[in-house]
Design a protein around this ligand. Sequence first.
Ligand code: EPZ
Length: 419
Amino acid sequence: MKTQKFRIRGGKRLKGTVKISGAKNAALPLMAASILTEGINNLSNIPRLKDIHTMMALLENLGARSEFEGDRISIDTTNLKSFEAPYELVRTMRASVLVLGPLVARYGRARVSLPGGCAIGARPINLHLMGLQKMGARIRLEGGYIVAEARRLKGTKIYFDIPTVTGTENIMMAATLARGTTVIENAAREPEVVDLAEALIKMGARIEGAGQSIITVHGVDELKGLQHSVIPDRIETATFITACAITAGEITIENAIPEHIDAVVVKLQEAGVRIKRQGNMLKVRGPDRPRPTNVKTMPYPGFPTDMQAQFMALMTIASGTSVITETIFENRFMHVAELRRFGAEITIEGSTATVKGIKRLKGAPVMATDLRASASLVIAALAAEGESIIDRIYHIDRGYESIELKLKALGADIQRFKD
Ligand code: EPZ
């Protein structure tokens, strides 16, 4: 298959202003939440990304009708006639599992393909299934599909061994239409979970504690249509700050919510990046050379795993050695081998990478392996001397809207081309 590539000539200091798009990981659960109502649902500030189109295809496969104009999506779920999320869609996007909870809550039935593995780890959904089972769903595995059935879900107490983000979102959505009260303990606290809860409350759901470790949901009989504008993408924001930092640039970021990336801002400031907040704008100035800084990924509000690869790219040119520990996924160091091709000096011991900063990276041909790894390679290429070619950039298109146009507007020398 002819893959598109990026050609980047490094060494340009980024300058100018960039506007952050809506958050993919808030939009996807919100689109799934439209299943909980019969009627029209309107979402705005939606990024134009492949995963959004995949979720639209999934909802249309259930019988919904949807339109995507500009940054607005309208989804009509008046008469859903299927309860199935087919393998060919689910395997291209794990977040498809987010239709499971809403389908069981609304129709008492769902047949969703198991997502299968993914590059960064096994990523099972056992906690999603445990939660639904505790709420009374009968669940069986049939030919690679999860079949879940329940006359009506019952509220109960659910404890998550791991604060799973989509697991919390799935159970929170299912609980909105259950009979009685559901308490989710050790819930994920990500801003995307809070954004979903706020939208569900506007639909008539009764939810307390979203953003904390204990979420309480009092079931209601029905919800009305969804009207919501999605929060800006905190990972895109942190990615652009890091791209500015590695080029010793000076940029303004618009449409950001700085408190959503407190942990990343603290670590970037430790590395010498000047970050000033002005309302929903950020003024960023990169240092001539970043200082070495240690990072350990943790569930929110800790340092996000989705920024681990990008931060590592910055540390490859730091004035000393940094230790980066990944605690969320078991295989999220695939960008290391590619960063080494730029001359980076990185050794891995289990879930810990030791990065010995060097003065300059050298341009090289590299290959993207997953969404955030590809962002890390773009960041490295922006600072590397000479020309770099990044292959398989369809990975980056899953999570960053028109990234090369935004970077070009900041003065980067980047082209997208087909071999
Ligand atoms: C969400 O994935 C995000 N995706 C991921 O972003 C993000 O990396 C991840 O949260 C962690 O922050 C969306 O929101 C669509 P988890 P999710 O369930 O919900 C284990 C990106 O780059 N686990 O919080 O799938 C799991 O294996 C993507 O945009 C179980 O063991 O992540 C992992 O080790 C990549 N059993 C850990 O928990 C379960 O039932 C955290 O996973 C569920 C999860």
